[in-house]
Design a protein around this ligand. Structure first.
Ligand SMILES: [Mn+2]
Length: 383
């Protein structure tokens, strides 16, 4: 199964119409989003990745009337036998582990990378389900193998099961029921109740997940950013050579209040610092992301490879830009004018070939920008 980068995934709906009419607004079902789809990702891949220490996975079973959840990493023996109760295993960030999953995510590039999060894949045996629930984020649900019935609700108010370890709606009212076959795609905006139940013993569903920073998160991280970037001299202490005798020693005098107000008002930020904050915030890698660093090398040696082999971003790398400022995994990169075009291409396409007729000086400048990223494991050569 090969995917074309230019594959259109929304059937008869254009990307533009999707954004205007459906995105964050209402559900959309697309039959045969990919015709004759055969999942290159198998349940075996999932079980293998779920054993990995860095993988994020969950096993969900409905047993004796209670929804139960176990968190990975799992051993092979942790997985229930098929003939037991219906069960579901969900593994996140599959795009960090399998190149096909990464190329599948590319089909959703009509949503900016700042919002696109990961590809989660779930496997369920017949009747396997994670129950009726709603999510805070947008999601595309792509049926990759087997069949899954989806019930969708239109209700705004939900009651939740207090006994359950996972979020379960107890007053779910079905508005639509659809059975998704391989190649079918369902888009759901945040807070739409949904209930998927596997209809086969080989049900694989890909969930294209999105991210959205919270207002509190933005504000509290901005305060951290301001603190990290303070340039105030730590040895500056409060001084009061004109201290007057005061009647009430417990009273905070007006001079002190005025001076502290002035100090607080010295905290300043401008568009530039806010932009840097935004770039760093949105390129922060996921928690626990580890990058393999390389041994130091000279720019000369690096450039020899650079003109021969294409470069790609590590699947865990987040790279974005604002005008000519580039941010990669939470760091700001200083780039010279000639390198900007290449960095934009690397950020957009997540890979780049430098075979062009760059002169020696410009090639060297680009090498100086890229080498530290290579040594940090943020980018790698395609062998
Ligand atoms: Mn969901």
């Amino acid at each position: 199964m090969r995917l074309d980068r230019k594959n259109h995934i929304l059937g008869k709906i254009s990307n533009d119409v999707f954004l205007k009419k459906y995105w964050q607004k209402k559900p959309l079902l697309i039959r045969d989003a990919i015709k004759n789809f055969k999942s290159p990702i198998t349940e075996k891949d999932l079980f293998r990745i779920a054993q990995n220490e860095n993988a994020i996975s969950r096993l969900i079973e409905f047993k004796r009337g209670i929804w139960q959840v176990k968190y990975g990493p799992f051993k092979k023996s942790d997985l229930p036998k098929k003939i037991n109760t219906p069960w579901t295993i969900l593994v996140q960030n599959i795009n960090h582990h399998l190149p096909f999953a990464e190329s599948f995510l590319n089909l959703f590039k009509f949503i900016p990378y700042t919002r696109l999060d990961d590809l989660m894949v779930s496997f369920a045996t017949k009747k396997g389900s994670v129950g009726p629930h709603f999510d805070s984020y947008d999601v595309f649900l792509f049926q990759a193998k087997g069949e899954r019935e989806w019930k969708i609700s239109e209700q705004k108010k939900f009651s939740l099961d207090k006994k359950s370890a996972i979020k379960i709606i107890t007053n779910f009212k079905t508005k639509n029921t659809w059975v998704l076959k391989p190649g079918d795609l369902l888009y759901l905006p945040p807070n739409v109740g949904h209930w998927g139940v596997s209809q086969s013993d080989d049900c694989l569903t890909y969930s294209i997940g999105f991210r959205a920073p919270g207002t509190f998160e933005i504000q509290s991280k901005f305060l951290d950013f301001i603190q990290d970037n303070l340039i105030t001299n730590k040895n500056n202490l409060y001084r009061d050579p004109n201290l007057n005798l005061q009647k009430n020693p417990a009273e905070i005098n007006s001079n002190m209040i005025k001076k502290i107000q002035q100090i607080v008002n010295q905290l300043r930020w401008n568009t530039n610092s806010i932009n840097n904050f935004i770039g760093q915030l949105l390129t922060e890698p996921i928690e626990g992301a580890v990058f393999q660093t390389s041994k130091s090398m000279t720019v000369g040696v690096f450039i020899k490879d650079l003109v021969k082999k294409p470069l790609k971003l590590n699947p865990k790398t987040r790279m974005l830009f604002i005008k000519n400022n580039f941010y990669i995994n939470g760091e700001l990169i200083e780039a010279d004018k000639k390198s900007i075009m290449y960095l934009k291409q690397l950020a957009n396409d997540r890979e780049i070939s430098i075979k062009s007729a760059l002169n020696k000086k410009d090639l060297n400048a680009l090498g100086i920008v890229l080498l530290p990223l290579y040594l940090s494991g943020f980018i790698d050569f395609i062998q």
